[in-house]
Design a protein. Structure first.
Length: 534
């Protein structure tokens, strides 16, 4: 453990992001900065965390914290959707505290490091890649005058932008468990959250829309399964929480040869009897072909251990779109997977309906898959490709001149077909009108699934209650599908669209009110938080 002549105060900021990819209410934590915080603390550095995404701080409040804390260095995790906010904040910080070092990190900053440093004098450094060891080495250079060998560091020197080679951690088990300041913050403020668990980093696949393979050099690294379960057990004991969100991009690694990772985690949970003592519920992300990798008995064991919520990156129900995305999977496999496991697992998913090559036929195929999934979310019908630097599709769009804007503050593109622009505008208009209700529908679906899959809830729903709610949700699901298909048919006829919208809003408000009544009658959701939350 290093000794500093004076106390070093580091502030790590999780910025507000109002345009999340997922509507799920789980992202109160940020494992990136939480791992960094734990690693720095292990090396005798004082670290304070700000969660401006969960607890809305304005700039003045953040500045006051910086001044009061006598902050020496600030690390900001900035993503695609909030880089503008990050840059504005750095400018405000430098006005009030010009001698405080400011470091940006995260995938988006990593890919635009040179451009950021060329244009933003308020940013002192950018760290590309994994930040735990790199930020520590930067701190020891700045405050102990140790070696300036900092992996992935971008900095200015003689009016030039200099970079040092990025490296990846060889052994994730050498890292301490991430700091859990945000869990305590959530509990203290009565904010629902699921602790995030990261059991592996990277992904060996090469989906065209994703930057993860490039960011991690196509490598997949897993933690020791015992240490993963140790972390889960520690959170249960210290925070009395038993629902967890695994954030692994690809928890199965490359497939059959790596599946022992998750099976070992499940087996360790069962051997410790955690599944018998606690109401375990794990959310994990899977490819749609997981039944080709895991046997039925293995899936049953995962369920027994608590792995009950499978989020599948469907992306599309269109063969052409899946080929463009390089998913390496047929749309028929999605239907098979849903059919096989819809009744035993909670199957939800991610979609990319709108991207430059979208057609009305691809949107129709997408809508058919969404309807078959039967998780009524209008937000599914609005999902647009985010062009992440480092992804193959980003490179193709850039090379072919698709971008109308392409820099660190904004990346935008146009659809090839003008009718897709009109259709996208219409579905986003609907989303704006019903987003609050759509979000509550998700909360209801989530609560219901946690109820029916729990062995511990004393008042479980009976079959009649469940079927009544499921029927109402199916009505909403079909209503969404019908509206979307009608938009595809009538998008160019303003009068028809007005009639369709009016009819939809009337039926939707009626169905939604009936759903709330059914849910309140079975008392599985706390009215004060779940149903009255705006």
């Amino acid at each position: 453990m290093r000794k500093f002549e004076k106390k070093i105060n580091v502030l790590l900021i999780f910025l507000q992001n109002d345009d999340k990819i997922s509507a799920q209410p789980y992202y109160f934590e940020n494992l990136g900065i939480q791992y960094i915080a734990a690693y720095l603390r292990e090396n005798n550095i004082d670290v304070k965390l700000i969660n401006s995404d969960g607890i809305k701080y304005d700039f003045d409040e953040i500045i006051n914290i910086i001044v009061d804390y006598k902050t020496d260095l600030i690390g900001i995790s900035a993503c695609y959707n909030n880089m503008q906010t990050a840059i504005e904040l750095t400018k405000r910080i430098k006005i009030q505290s010009e001698n405080t070092y400011i470091v940006l990190g995260g995938q988006h900053a990593s890919y635009f490091a040179v451009e950021i440093l060329e244009n933003e004098s308020s940013v002192d450094y950018v760290i590309s890649g994994e930040g735990e060891k790199s930020l520590l080495r930067l701190i020891t250079y700045l405050f102990l005058n140790e070696s300036f060998e900092v992996p992935g560091l971008y900095f200015r020197e003689n009016n030039l932008i200099i970079s040092q080679p990025t490296t990846h951690l060889q052994n994730l088990d050498n890292l301490p468990h991430p700091a859990r300041d945000f869990l305590k913050l959530g509990i203290d403020n009565h904010i629902y959250t699921m602790p995030l668990i990261l059991s592996s980093r990277g992904c060996p696949f090469n989906c065209a829309f994703c930057s993860t393979p490039d960011f991690f050099d196509g490598k997949w690294r897993a933690r020791n399964y015992v240490k993963v379960v140790d972390e889960i057990e520690s959170i249960i004991e210290n925070f009395n929480l038993s629902h967890f969100y695994f954030t692994d991009d690809q928890i199965l690694g490359s497939g059959k040869k790596d599946k022992e990772h998750i099976l070992s985690i499940a087996n360790e949970i069962i051997s410790r009897k955690l599944n018998l003592y606690f109401d375990l519920y794990f959310f994990i992300m899977m490819r749609g072909d997981f039944p080709n990798i895991l046997s039925n008995n293995e899936i049953k064991m995962l369920y027994q251990a608590g792995f009950k919520d499978f989020f599948i990156g469907f992306e599309s129900g269109s063969a052409k779109s899946l080929k463009a995305f390089k998913k390496g999977i047929l749309e028929s496999q999605y239907y098979t997977t849903i059919k096989l496991y819809k009744k035993t697992l909670f199957i939800e998913g991610g979609f990319i309906l709108f991207f430059p090559y979208t057609s009305r036929q691809s949107l129709l195929n997408d809508a058919q898959l969404i309807r078959y999934l039967n998780v009524p979310q209008w937000s599914y019908y609005t999902k647009k490709y985010l062009p992440y630097p480092g992804s193959a599709m980003y490179n193709v769009l850039s090379e072919n001149g698709f971008f109308t804007s392409n820099h660190y503050l904004e990346i935008s593109y146009e659809f090839i077909k003008p009718e897709i622009t009109a259709i996208y505008a219409l579905v986003k208009k609907i989303e704006h009108r019903i987003s609050a209700q759509d979000y509550k529908i998700f909360l209801i679906i989530d609560a219901i699934n946690k109820n029916i899959h729990s062995q511990f809830i004393s008042k479980k729903m009976d079959t009649l209650d469940y079927n009544s709610i499921l029927k109402q949700l199916t009505l909403i699901n079909n209503l969404y599908y019908t509206l979307f298909v009608n938009i595809l048919k009538h998008y160019s006829n303003h009068d028809n669209i007005v009639i369709l919208e009016k009819k939809f809003y009337k039926e939707f408000d009626e169905y939604f009110s009936q759903l709330l009544l059914l849910v309140r009658n079975v008392h599985i959701i706390n009215d004060s938080y779940w149903l009255n939350k705006n």
